[in-house]
Every structure is written in structure tokens, then in C-alpha cells.
Write a protein that binds this ligand. Structure first.
Ligand code: HEM
Length: 462
């Protein structure tokens, strides 16, 4: 593999830096939303929950999209040892994406919506995202060269990019009356596309994680192994067919839902197995050198199992009836996007951004504290959401007609814990991302003025 730091990587690193900014600001919106759970009228006239929720969800979804794009570009260069086909296209893509996200967030603040859940912005703003993604696809194909004898992560990146484009377009089929006029069809297509879209970005993230594991263990055994290719095919199969569990409450055939849910379970299980096996094979010295990246992989490993556990419980039809529309679904989504996606992406961000002109040594303690704060509070956060979900689920199906206001009073202790753990979690994440952002931004400008990149390799491990 080529050395990790080069002038060529600068634009792709910028994607990750922008992503970290989105993560920081996104959590701020999340905490504000958590406060609105506790104080229902809080900021109602300026930023009500209807605005705060999309501000939060879009920011964190774009954190995932920006950082996985940056990871693919950086790792592709390290894999091939060559420049990306066009640095100009990366820059154009970055500018298009950044301007689109700024426009989306401003439009939410101004109360301009028009989209659907998760993409609540006006559909016109989807056009630049599609255009930017097409540039990504072209740049990737041209840079990857031949697909013969490529390790699994190159295939994962390729299918992830291709299917994201497809499913993103599919999620906008509702703009055509043919799809919109039939509620069941409309919702089926909508949730199918969302399920597959998450599968697509998982391809980008899992592919980059496998690249990182190879890099840490200094071997390509995993990425050429039959287990890794099995994971890839199961992931692809999942991406195409696992969406049935999203339409559990729609009047469609039960066998479709059961088969697709069974398929979706296999993907997390196999990824967990790969990370687990890989960990055992890395020597202690290598582990120490990359310890921060390694630690995040370990944390993601634990969250894969917790998420899997919750998902299996939620998949039982009798239980799904209760959990639908409660905070248990939110616990599942946030557990996966924070515990799995964000921890894997932070491992990658550390690997890519830790060679700067300034030392990270003074931040050692801060990283450690941040890591433990984020992990422990995420667990409390997750449990509080499940607790609130259980109370709401019981109320939804209760025959004793308890008023909504009484149920909300019962949820209050869970919301207090949710809010406090959310603030602690945000603090933990900020302790981790602040030094990364500070050193990279300072060194970027230093590079701009001197034209030289001085690297200061560092293993931010305790
Ligand atoms: C890495 C950080 C985070 C990520 C990736 C993340 C992700 C998400 C996602 C995907 C949703 C949509 C859930 C769904 O519709 O099922 C969501 C909702 C939400 N998140 Fe976060 N989140 C993060 C941090 C936080 C923090 C620190 C808080 C603070 C309390 C928070 C509070 C909320 C709230 C209040 C909602 C709305 C739930 C509802 O609709 O009732 N999030 N988050």
C-alpha cells in the first residue's frame, strides 16, 4: 500500500473534515430536540421540533455520506498507489455537496420543506446531490481501472456508489402521480428505497473498514478471503431484498417480510465475525500503533451485536406490533447510525487524519475521556429510548384508555435520562473530533502558505 499522506489526498480529506463539522453541529440539533422532549414548547416560535428533527437527521446522515465519500477516495488512492483520475471532479463534487447541504439546512430553518421523512428538503435540492453522485461514480470507475482480481472492498465501494444513486432516485418516485396515487405502493417503494439506501452506504463504510483492517494488520488476507466475499454477496443480497421489515405494518404477503428480515440479520452477523476474527490475528505491537482506530472498531463490534440483538427481538411479529412507531425504532436507528456507522467512520477518520504537521500528543487524555464518555453514555441513551418505547408500546395496545398526557408523564424520567446522556455523548464526541479538526485545519492553511506537507505521525493511544 502507498504511504498514507500525500498532496493528492488533500481534497478527499476535506470531505472528512466537512463531515466532522456536520457531526458536531448535527449533535447540537439532536440535543436541542432532546430538550424539546422535556420542555414541549421550547423554541417553538423559532425552531420547533418539526424543524429541529430534520436539521438533526439530515446533518448526521450527511456526516455519514461525506465521511464515507472521503474514505473511499482516500483509500482508493492508497490501494492503487496512484492519483485519483480527476482531483478537479472531487473538488467540484465537494463544492456541490457542501452548497446543497447549506441550502438544505437553511431551507429547514426557513420552514421550506416538501420532501419525505429523512429527506425532508424540497425535491429540487435532490438534483445537485444526484449530479455530485454521478461525478463520484465516474471518478471512481476511472480511478479504479480494471476490476479483475480486486479485493472485496473495491467491489463494495463500486456497488455502494452505484446502488446509492439508484436507490436515491427511487426514493423520489413519489413525485410521479403513478406512484403517489396508490398509498400501499407508494409506501412500499418509499421504504424499500430507504432500506436499500442504508445498505448502499453500509457497503461504502464496511468496505473502508475492511481496507483499514488490512492496513492495520498489514496483509490483504481478509479482503481476498472467501469469508469477506461471502459478506459482500450477503450484503449485496441484503441491499436488494432486506427491505421487507420496513413494511411490516403494510398489507402485503407475510412471507416476503419474514424472508427479507432473515436475510438482513445475516449481514451484521458476518461483519461482526470478520471483525472478531481479525482482532485475534493482529499482533499486540500493531494494535498499539493504531490504537485509536482499533478501539473504535472494537466499539463498533460491540454495537453490531447490541443492534443485532434488538433487531432480532423487533423482528418477532408479535413484538413488532408493539414496537412500531415507538422510541424502540428510534433506538434501533440511532444505535446503528451512532454505534456502528459513526464508530467505524471515526476509526477511518482517525486513520486518515492523524498524520498532520502538529502533534496529537497533548490530546491523549482528551481522546481517552471522549471515547469512554461517548461509549458509556451511548449505552445509557439507547436504554432510555428502549425504556420510553416499552412504556409507549404498552399504552398503544392497552385497553384501559389511559390519557395521552398521563402516558407522556410516565415517559418523563426516560426523557430526562435521554437528554442528559445525549449531552454527555455529544461532549464525548466533541472531545474526539475537536483535536482532529483543529490540527487538520491549522495544517491545511499552513500547507496552503508554505506548499509543504510536514507529517507528524502519531498513535493517539493511551
Ligand atoms: C453520532 C450522533 C448521532 C447520530 C448519527 C444520530 C442519528 C439519528 C437518526 C438517524 C435519527 C432518526 C431516527 C428515526 O427516525 O428512527 C435521530 C433522531 C433523533 N436524535 Fe439523533 N443522532 C445522533 C446524536 C444525537 C444526540 C447526541 C441527541 C441528543 C439528545 C440526539 C437526539 C435525537 C432526537 C431527539 C431525535 C428525534 C427522535 C424522534 O423523532 O422522536 N441524537 N438521530
Amino acid at each position: 500500500m502507498a504511504p498514507s499522506n500525500s498532496k493528492q489526498e488533500a481534497p478527499s480529506r476535506l470531505f472528512i473534515i466537512a463531515a466532522l463539522v456536520l457531526l458536531g453541529t448535527g449533535m447540537f440539533w439532536g440535543v436541542t430536540g432532546g430538550l424539546q422532549y422535556l420542555i414541549p414548547g421550547f423554541l417553538k416560535s423559532y425552531l420547533p421540533f418539526q424543524k429541529i428533527r430534520p436539521l438533526h437527521v439530515s446533518s448526521v446522515v450527511f456526516w455519514i455520506i461525506f465521511s464515507s465519500t472521503g474514505a473511499v477516495f482516500t483509500y482508493l488512492q492508497q490501494h492503487t498507489g496512484k492519483k485519483i483520475y480527476s482531483r478537479l471532479l472531487i473538488k467540484i463534487q465537494l463544492i456541490i455537496f457542501s452548497l446543497s447541504v447549506i441550502a438544505i439546512l437553511i431551507s429547514y430553518c426557513a420552514g421550506i420543506f416538501g420532501g419525505r421523512e429523512y429527506w425532508e428538503f424540497h425535491p429540487i435540492l435532490a438534483l445537485p446531490i444526484v449530479a455530485g453522485w454521478i461525478l463520484f461514480l465516474i471518478n471512481f470507475i476511472k480511478s479504479a481501472g480494471s476490476f479483475r482480481n480486486q479485493p472485496v472492498y473495491v467491489w463494495m465501494w463500486f456497488t455502494g456508489i452505484l446502488f446509492f444513486l439508484f436507490t436515491f432516485l427511487e426514493s423520489y418516485l413519489w413525485i410521479f402521480p403513478y406512484f403517489r396515487n396508490n398509498v400501499v405502493n407508494d409506501m412500499t417503494v418509499q421504504w424499500k428505497s430507504y432500506g436499500a439506501m442504508v445498505g448502499s452506504w453500509n457497503m461504502l463504510i464496511y468496505g473502508s473498514s475492511i481496507f483499514l483492517m488490512d492496513k492495520i494488520s498489514n496483509s490483504k488476507n481478509y479482503s481476498h478471503s472467501s469469508m469477506a466475499f461471502l459478506l459482500y454477496f450477503i450484503g449485496l443480497f441484503n441491499l436488494m431484498f432486506n427491505w421487507g421489515h420496513h413494511i411490516y405494518t403494510l398489507p402485503t404477503h407475510n412471507y416476503i417480510k419474514h424472508i427479507s428480515y432473515a436475510i438482513s440479520m445475516t449481514e451484521l452477523f458476518i461483519l461482526g465475525r470478520i471483525i472478531f476474527n481479525w482482532r485475534a490475528s493482529v499482533s499486540a505491537a500493531k494494535k498499539n500503533f493504531h490504537k485509536t482506530a482499533y478501539r473504535f472498531l472494537v466499539a463498533a463490534d460491540a454495537w453490531i451485536f447490541l443492534t443485532l440483538l434488538l433487531a432480532i427481538i423487533m423482528s418477532v411479529p408479535g413484538i413488532n406490533l408493539y414496537t412500531h412507531g415507538t422510541h424502540i425504532t428510534v433506538a434501533h436507528t440511532m444505535g446503528a447510525t451512532i454505534g456502528i456507522n459513526s464508530f467505524l467512520l471515526l476509526a477511518i477518520a482517525f486513520d486518515i487524519l492523524n498524520d498532520t504537521c502538529l502533534s496529537f500528543e497533548p490530546y491523549k487524555k482528551l481522546f481517552n475521556r471522549g471515547y469512554w464518555l461517548a461509549n458509556i453514555s451511548l449505552f445509557v441513551f439507547w436504554i432510555s429510548l428502549i425504556g420510553a418505547g416499552v412504556v409507549k408500546a404498552k399504552w398503544q395496545l392497552s385497553t384501559s384508555q389511559i390519557p395521552f398526557s398521563s402516558m407522556m408523564l410516565q415517559l418523563r424520567p426516560f426523557f430526562i435520562v435521554f437528554f442528559i446522556s445525549g449531552v454527555v455523548m455529544m461532549t464525548g464526541f466533541l472531545c474526539i473530533i475537536y483535536p482532529l479538526l483543529k490540527n487538520n485545519v491549522l495544517c491545511y492553511f499552513k500547507f496552503k502558505t508554505t506548499g509543504k506537507i510536514q507529517t507528524h505521525y502519531y498513535s493517539p493511544a493511551a
